[in-house]
Ligand binder design. Structure first.
Ligand code: SPV
Ligand code: MN
Length: 622
C-alpha cells in the first residue's frame, strides 16, 4: 500500500496524483503503479472526464504526429505501419493456467510463460513516451450493463480513438468495484511514427486478472482496449453470469404504425454489418458489439460503444448516403490508412470520383502502380482502412443509445460472405434451430480485416470465433440455454448479401437489405406469411413484391425471387457436411443437440432432393 503510494507520487506529480486519488480504489492504484514501474514512461497524464483533458489528448495526437490535420475542420489522418494493418490473429493469445486450453480454434499459451514474455517485452517500452491513463465505461453509465475499464496507453491516437468510441468513465470509476484493465504500448516508433518492432507485436489476454496486454502495434483492432480486447474478457465474464457478449450491431427497424422493433446482427468483418445498421430509413444504436441480458424475462441489449470504427472501402454516396455526408463535411473524424492528397483531402477504394494518381498512404508516398517489398501492387488505400467517429454525428442515431435498461431484442440476424449456399433471407424454425443451423453454422469467405489469405471459406460461429474466450462448444451451449425463462425469445434469421448467380454476378443490390429488414420486422411481430422449406421459413413472392415497391420503389420480378430463394440442395448438404465435421473433429465439447439438429436438416434436404431434384424453387414448398 505505502509502496504503491510512494511510486504513484514520484511518477505522477502533484496534479495527476490528485486526479488519480479521487478514485479511491487501492486495486486500481496498485495496477497503475506496477505498470508505470515496468513500462517506465518519461511522462504521465491522468485523464479525467473533463473537456479540457480530452482536448489535451487530441492535441497530443497531433503534436506526436500520430495524427495529422486534414483540410476539413476536425478531420485527421492516422497511419499504421504497412505491416500492421489488421488484427493479428497469430499473435493474439489467451494466457491459460497449466493443463488448460480452450480448444483448437482458440489460440492460447501457458499463462506463466506468456506473462513472462509480455513483461520482458514491456520492460522499459515507454521510455521517451508519455503514458496516458484513461477511464471509460463499456455500455451506458450507471446501468447493469456497465463495465468500467482502465486503459494505459502511450499512443495518443489510441486514446483519442477511445474518446470517440467509448463513454467516459472517470466518474463511473468512483463507484466501480471490478473493472477491466488494458496496458498498451506502441513501442519504438519509426520515422513515420508507426510501430517499428512488428516482430515483437503481441496481444495477450489474461482472463484470470481481466487484463489485456498489447505491444508493438497501433492498429485499432489490436490496441483499442475497449474494442475487441475487452470483448474477449466480456465473453468470458458473460458465460459465468448468464448473459451474452456478441459481435453484433444493434438497430431499430420501423414497422407499420410507428412500431419500433430492435434487431441485433452478427456478421464477420467486412460483410455488411455496419452498412446494415446504417441503412437509410432505420435507426442505428451500434454497429459492432452488443451485450444481451435478461431483464424481467425479456432479452434486452445495449451498444457497448458510442462510436464507429468503420471500414471506409466502398463507402459511396449512393450506397451509404448517411456516412457519405458525414465524411465529407467538417466534424471530428479520424481517418486511418486512407490516401491523402496534396490538398489535404482523402481518398479510398470505392469512393465516388476519380482515384488520384498520387498521394500519401500507409506505404508512404504513393503513385499508381507502386509495389511493395513482396512485389504486390499497393492500392491507394488499404482495404481495411477505417474512419472513427462518435455516433452523435449520425442523423439516424436511435433515441435509446443510452437507455440504462437497453432495448428489447425482437430479432437476431446472422450473415456471412456466401456466394452459393444460403438464400437471401430466411427465418429459423425456433431458437435452437436458429442458434445451430444459422449462428453456429456461420461461414464466411475471408476478407481484409485480418491478416492472411483472402477468399477462403472459414467457419465463424456467431461471427465471434476470433474473440471467443471460452471453448466453442461451451459457448454454443450457453447460447442454447440463454432463453430459458424468457417470455417470447427473439426470432432468429439468416441473410446472405453475397449470393451469386450462374455467371458469378451478385443476385442482389446492396440496398436490397432494406427489404429483408422490413420482412424480418413483420415476421418478428407475427405479421407476414412464410413458406416452410427444409432449411427454414422464407418470404412469399407477393409479400416481397409489395415490400420492394414500398421500400425501394422497385419492381421485383418472380425470376429474381426464384433465383434468390431457390433452395440449393447440393451446396446446403455440403455445408452440413463441413459443419458437422468441424463439430465432430475440432470442437471437443459440442452439445449433442447440435448433431441432432444438423442431421434432421440433412434428412429434410435429402427428402426434398428425392422429390424435386437439386435446385428447388419456392413454389414447390408452398
Ligand atoms: C472487426 O474487424 O470486426 C472490426 C474492426 O470491427 S477491429 O477493431 O479490427 O476488430
Ligand atoms: Mn467487428
Amino acid at each position: 500500500m505505502e509502496i504503491t503510494k510512494e511510486i504513484l507520487k514520484a511518477r505522477l506529480g502533484e496534479e495527476n496524483y490528485r486526479k488519480l486519488m479521487e478514485i479511491k480504489n487501492p486495486k486500481l492504484h496498485e495496477f497503475i503503479a506496477v505498470f508505470m514501474e515496468l513500462c517506465n514512461p518519461s511522462k504521465v497524464f491522468v485523464c479525467s472526464d473533463s473537456g479540457e483533458d480530452v482536448d489535451f489528448i487530441r492535441k497530443e495526437a497531433i503534436k506526436n504526429r500520430e495524427e495529422e490535420k486534414l483540410a476539413l475542420k476536425g478531420h485527421t489522418v492516422h497511419f499504421d505501419s504497412y505491416y500492421d494493418q489488421a488484427r493479428d490473429k497469430e499473435r493474439t493469445k489467451f494466457l491459460v493456467p497449466k493443463g488448460k486450453d480452450l480448444g483448437p480454434h482458440i489460440r492460447s499459451m501457458d499463462r506463466d510463460e506468456g506473462l513472462k514474455e509480455i513483461h520482458d517485452i514491456m520492460k522499459g517500452i515507454m521510455r521517451g513516451h508519455t503514458l496516458y491513463i484513461l477511464f471509460f465505461c463499456l455500455g451506458p453509465a450507471n446501468s447493469e450493463f456497465s463495465i468500467p475499464c482502465v486503459q494505459l496507453t502511450d499512443s495518443p491516437y489510441v486514446a483519442h480513438s477511445e474518446f470517440l468510441l467509448y463513454r467516459k468513465g472517470y466518474e463511473e470509476f468512483k463507484r466501480a468495484k471490478s473493472f477491466f484493465k488494458f496496458v498498451h504500448s506502441e513501442g519504438e516508433l519509426d520515422e513515420k511514427n508507426t510501430s517499428r518492432n512488428i516482430d515483437k507485436r503481441r496481444i495477450y489476454i489474461d482472463l484470470e486478472n481481466e487484463t489485456v496486454y498489447s505491444a508493438n502495434t497501433q492498429y485499432g483492432g489490436n490496441t483499442i482496449g475497449l474494442k475487441k480486447l475487452a470483448m474477449r474478457l466480456a465473453i468470458n465474464r458473460a458465460s459465468r453470469e448468464d448473459w451474452l457478449t456478441e459481435h453484433m450491431f444493434l438497430m431499430c427497424v420501423h414497422g407499420p404504425n410507428q412500431r419500433k422493433t430492435y434487431f441485433t446482427g452478427a456478421f464477420p468483418s467486412l460483410c455488411g454489418k455496419t452498412s446494415t445498421s446504417m441503412i437509410p430509413g432505420e435507426n442505428i444504436v451500434g454497429d459492432d458489439i452488443s451485450y444481451l441480458k435478461k431483464i424481467n424475462r425479456e432479452i434486452r441489449a445495449v451498444n457497448v460503444e458510442k462510436g464507429i470504427f468503420g471500414i471506409i472501402m466502398g463507402v459511396n454516396s449512393k450506397d451509404n448516403p448517411i456516412i457519405w455526408k458525414i465524411l465529407n463535411r467538417p466534424g471530428e473524424i479520424i481517418f486511418s490508412n486512407v490516401l491523402v492528397t496534396r490538398e489535404g483531402g482523402v481518398h479510398w477504394i470505392g469512393k465516388d470520383g476519380e482515384t488520384p494518381k498520387r498521394g500519401r498512404n500507409h506505404s508512404g508516398e504513393w503513385t499508381k502502380g507502386k509495389k511493395d517489398r513482396e512485389g504486390n501492387e499497393i492500392p491507394p488505400s488499404h482495404p481495411n482502412a477505417r474512419f472513427t467517429l462518435d455516433v452523435k454525428l449520425l442523423e439516424n442515431l436511435d433515441t435509446e443509445l443510452d437507455n440504462p435498461k437497453g432495448v428489447r431484442v425482437g430479432g437476431i440476424i446472422y450473415g456471412g460472405r456466401d456466394s452459393d449456399t444460403w438464400v437471401s433471407v430466411k427465418e429459423s424454425f425456433d431458437w435452437t434451430h436458429g442458434v445451430i443451423t444459422m449462428g453456429a453454422s456461420l461461414e464466411s469467405e475471408t476478407t481484409a480485416a485480418t491478416l492472411g489469405e483472402r477468399g477462403v471459406r472459414k467457419y465463424n460461429p456467431m461471427a465471434n470465433l476470433d474473440f471467443l474466450s471460452i471453448p466453442v462448444g461451451k459457448y454454443i451451449q450457453h447460447h442454447l440455454n440463454f432463453i430459458k425463462d424468457v417470455k417470447s425469445p427473439p426470432k432468429i434469421f439468416s441473410v446472405n448479401y453475397f449470393l451469386k448467380g450462374p455467371k458469378g454476378e451478385f443476385l442482389n443490390d446492396k440496398i436490397d437489405k432494406a427489404v429483408w429488414l422490413k420482412w424480418m420486422e413483420l415476421r418478428s411481430q407475427g405479421e407476414a406469411e412464410a413458406i416452410r422449406t427444409p432449411t427454414g421459413l422464407i418470404p412469399g413472392y407477393e409479400d416481397l413484391r409489395k415490400l420492394f415497391k414500398e421500400v425501394l420503389r422497385k419492381d421485383y420480378s418472380r425470376e429474381e425471387y426464384n433465383e434468390q430463394f431457390k433452395l440449393r440442395i447440393p451446396e446446403n448438404l455440403e455445408k452440413i457436411g463441413r459443419i458437422t465435421n468441424i463439430y465432430k473433429t475440432k470442437v471437443r465439447d459440442t452439445p449433442a443437440i447440435v448433431f441432432k439438429i444438423l442431421e434432421e436438416q440433412r434428412k429434410r434436404l435429402e427428402d426434398a432432393r428425392k422429390k424435386f431434384g437439386d435446385y428447388v424453387t419456392p413454389d414447390k414448398f408452398s
